[in-house]
Structures are given as structure tokens and as C-alpha cells.
Design a protein around this ligand. Structure first.
Ligand SMILES: [Fe+2]
Length: 332
């Protein structure tokens, strides 16, 4: 299976590999079938932009690096419910904190089983759900970075909760003050740790003092704030700015030592692949292939050449390079 832009969907060659949901999180189209043009049009009208499909070219690619869809949707539901509660009560109840803690425990188990992580794009959902999907993806990335930095389970849990709620201040504030509003709200929530509240407070700060809301610099910018920041940046590049993953990764790498510490950037690069499985690529020898799996080297995947079905590990072939990426490549 692989991720595609909805405009690249081909009725004759592709089947849906993961379900499509509506804005109320109900299954609109189940996996396993081709999408009839009428339905395709309907999903496009809902502004869903990405699909996960199965086709001959991507056969054998399992995308195990992705969280399973029901767990992802449950996480989105939880975040949506917390937002609704904060909108109504301007506070988070003890019961809700308990639910968040329990769910994050489950999420941690899921993530810990995966050496690397590939995000389900939030653009696979309708725009109404994207802010919540964004929060969930930021949490998944944060846990991944924390794991690479050898955080223990308690640290990971507190980090994940902070990442899930990093933008909660937007419910009561605006773009400029949402980190402060979020921090104040979370600080009033007794059960939440300082570490959690600072993910929300600092996720827009920068080591060089150019961030907001406090323009802190150097050591004041806590590692958990940096993790929340780098995860937020990457997720926005992918979902909002429509960057392909390899360019988003390039951008992340330019942030080392000026926005985030080298250690945090390094940990990010060690947990997120440059080319997710299913990416179509053209090599410098002219061959066109599809990223088949990622094993020993996160940035040098195994590519299946489409004309011969031969599998080439770029980690073992130092002279071969990925020259072009994407669906615009003409296959021969
Ligand atoms: Fe934010």
C-alpha cells in the first residue's frame, strides 16, 4: 500500500487500503474496494486530499510504520473531546486527565513497537478534524524523538500529553498568545506535570531567541519544548505546507543549533525516514522505482525497480542516488 494525493487515484488499478472517514469520524468508505467515480467526487467535495491505496506497484508494502487507523481515530476523538470541554468549561476535569493518561499509555505501547514512524497524513481527513489529527501526529513524533533521546516511560507520557495538548490555548486565545493561554490552562490542571505544561508554553520558541511568546534563548528553551517544536514544525510542513517528506526533513536539518539543539534534530532524523515506504522515486541511473522498505539506513531505503521488480538496497549501493521523487514521474 502507499499514500497518494486524491487526484492521482486511478479506478482501474487502485483499491482503498485504509478506510475514509467523514467529519464525524464515521466510516464513509471501507477498505478493500475500488472507489466509484461518484464517491471519489464526494470525498473530494469534503476536501479530503490524501488516500492510502493498494495497487500492483505497491504490493507487499505494509506500512507497519504507521499507527493503525482505529487507534489514530480514537486519539483524534479524545483530543476533539478535550477541546470541546475546554471551550465549554475553560478547564480540564480530573476525569478527562485520567482518560488522557490512560490513552497515552496505550499510544506509547503502539509507538514503542515501531523503530521508525510514518505519519498518517492529517489530509486524509476532512478539514474539521485536521487540528485534532495534527495534535495526535505531533504527539506521535514527540514520543519518537523522546524515545531516541532515551526518555523513560514517565517522561514519555508527560511529553506525549503536552504534545497532544500543545495547541489547546487556541481554544481560548489566538495565534500569538495560544502558547501562554495553553500553559496557564494546563498549569491550573493539578495532575499535569511541569514538563507537560512547558511543551505547550515553548513549542514556538527558538534557541536563537527569535521565537514566541517570550523570545527565550539558550538553556531556557527546555528540551521538551524543543521536541514539541520540532514535531510541530514537521507536521505543519507535511500537512499544511504540503511539503513532500524528504523536503520537510531537509528543512528540519537546517534548524540544527539555531532553532533546536543538535541532539534534538539528530534524534528526529533517527526516528523519521526521509522517504516513507510507497514513495515513487527516480534514481540517478534513470531507473524508476518505489521505496519498498526501510531497514538498516533510514535515509537510504530499499527501492523496488518497477520495470524489473528487482529490489535494490541503496544502503549497499553508494553510487546510486534518489534523484527525483513523486507521482509526477512517468513510469515506463
Ligand atoms: Fe502552536
Amino acid at each position: 500500500m502507499r499514500m497518494i494525493h486524491i487526484d492521482s487515484y486511478d479506478y482501474d488499478t487502485m483499491q482503498l487500503a485504509k478506510p475514509v472517514y467523514d467529519s464525524r469520524r464515521r466510516i464513509l468508505l471501507a477498505a478493500g474496494r475500488s472507489i466509484h467515480p461518484t464517491y471519489l467526487q464526494k470525498i473530494k467535495e469534503l476536501n479530503i486530499r490524501s488516500l492510502i491505496v493498494e495497487d500492483a506497484e505497491s504490493a507487499g508494502i505494509t506500512l507497519d510504520e504507521m499507527l493503525d487507523m482505529p487507534t489514530w481515530m480514537d486519539a483524534i476523538k479524545l483530543v476533539e473531546e478535550v477541546y470541546t470541554e475546554v471551550k465549554r468549561n475553560k478547564s480540564i476535569s480530573q476525569i478527562t486527565v485520567k482518560r488522557i493518561q490512560e490513552f497515552v499509555g496505550k499510544l506509547l505501547m503502539e509507538v514503542r513497537n515501531r523503530p521508525i514512524i510514518v505519519l498518517i497524513p492529517s489530509t486524509a481527513l476532512t478539514p474539521e478534524l485536521i487540528p485534532y489529527a495534527h495534535a495526535v501526529n505531533v504527539a506521535l513524533l514527540s514520543v519518537q524523538v523522546g524515545t531516541k533521546l532515551n526518555y523513560n516511560m514517565i517522561q514519555l507520557r508527560d511529553l506525549a500529553i503536552g504534545a497532544l495538548l500543545h495547541d489547546i490555548g487556541k481554544v481560548i486565545g489566538n495565534e500569538e498568545n495560544h502558547p501562554t493561554e495553553g500553559f496557564e490552562l494546563l498549569r491550573k490542571t493539578r495532575e499535569l506535570k511541569v514538563l507537560t505544561t512547558h511543551v505547550a508554553f515553548q513549542h514556538h520558541e527558538s534557541l536563537d531567541g527569535s521565537g514566541y511568546p517570550r523570545r527565550i534563548r539558550g538553556e531556557e528553551f527546555l528540551e521538551v519544548g524543543q521536541i514539541g517544536g520540532i514535531a510541530n514544525l514537521y507536521e505543519n510542513l507535511i500537512s499544511k505546507e504540503k511539503y513532500p517528506p524528504h523536503l520537510a526533513m531537509e528543512m528540519i536539518m537546517t534548524k540544527s543549533e539555531n532553532t533546536y539543539s543538535h541532539a534534538v534534530v539528530q534524534a528526529f532524523c533517527n526516528g523519521v525516514p526521509t522517504y516513507p515506504p510507497g514513495t515513487k522515486v527516480k534514481l540517478n541511473n534513470g531507473q524508476v522505482g518505489i521505496v519498498y522498505k526501510i531497514d538498516q539506513n533510514l535515509h537510504r531505503p530499499t527501492v523496488r525497480i518497477l520495470s524489473t521488480m528487482e529490489e535494490i538496497s541503496l544502503a549497499d549501493q553508494p553510487t546510486l542516488m534518489i534523484q527525483e521523487v513523486d507521482q509526477s514521474i512517468e513510469t515506463v
